[in-house]
Design a protein around this ligand. Structure first.
Ligand code: ZN
Ligand code: ZN
Length: 258
């Protein structure tokens, strides 16, 4: 068994469950503990099976309850040293649970291999991830302004891909954000648009890929149906039968077999 559920995703908070039969872990704790526990309960995943929480970068939509989760469950908090230095004040007292990881250096939690790699994003040390168990691979690429060669290399063998589809370019440019924020979002250190997500997928698609979950949608500059449609039309154009779904800010996905 190797499964994932996006418990929540969007500009207001991200939290992803990954689990094997023996190990469960949480990537990013950007929603309240109360909501996280409710989602786990709904999925019948006992919280005592969570063996670690991993933080991708310091933005609040990824760190909100990371410290509280580590303390509450008495589990390791994996974070890069630079990210911790930048946001330690927000995590509270976690020294006892801290484990530093480095971009490009794999580590193991239980029986899951965690492979962090650098993403292109306006944070001190932003990471995307690949998770492996029994030759099955999950790629998670959120908070990236562009797909670098490293990104496509790391995602190229994923059987399930959780991929950012943050904004519709026109909605962003015609929307309420001020000019600087618009430029930040669309920059190579910002977030992927729906069209850019298609571009990433076209680079990393392979016959073994079975699931795509579009995630980190902006509630201001995107619509779930629109993000779905853009990717679905691409998949149809290449006659792909990959299962496609869109993660929500407000409700968890079902458990997905990776
Ligand atoms: Zn971010
Ligand atoms: Zn984010």
């Amino acid at each position: 068994m190797f499964q994932t559920s996006v418990l929540a995703s969007g500009s207001k908070g991200n939290c992803i469950l990954i689990r094997s039969r023996n190990t469960a872990l949480i990537l990013d704790a950007g929603i309240s503990l109360k909501r996280t526990w409710a989602a786990l309960d709904a999925l019948a995943v006992p919280r005592h099976t969570i063996k670690a929480v991993i933080v991708s970068h310091e933005h609040t939509d990824h760190t909100r309850s990371a410290g509280a989760m580590a303390r509450s469950l008495k589990i390791p908090l994996y974070i890069s040293a630079d990210t911790y230095a930048y946001c330690s004040h927000r995590l509270g007292k976690v020294e006892q649970w801290l484990r530093y990881f480095e971009s490009g250096v794999d580590f193991i939690v239980g029986d899951i291999l965690v492979r962090p790699f650098r993403s292109s994003h306006d944070a001190v040390d932003p990471n995307n991830f690949c998770f492996e168990h029994n030759d099955r691979r999950l790629g998670v690429a959120l908070d990236l302004g562009q797909c670098t060669r490293l990104t496509s290399l790391r995602l190229s063998q994923a059987h399930t891909l959780i991929l950012e589809s943050n904004h519709d370019h026109n909605m962003l440019m015609e929307g309420p954000y001020d000019w600087n924020l618009k430029m930040r979002v669309k920059s190579e250190h910002g977030h992927l648009s729906n069209d850019e997500a298609v571009g990433v997928l076209s680079q990393v698609l392979h016959p073994g890929m079975q699931n795509i979950v579009l995630a980190h949608l902006s509630e201001t500059n995107n619509l779930p149906d629109l993000a779905f449609k853009v990717m679905y039309e691409y998949l149809q154009s290449i006659r792909s039968e990959i299962k496609l779904q869109v993660a929500s800010q407000h409700i968890h996905t079902a458990l997905i077999d990776i």
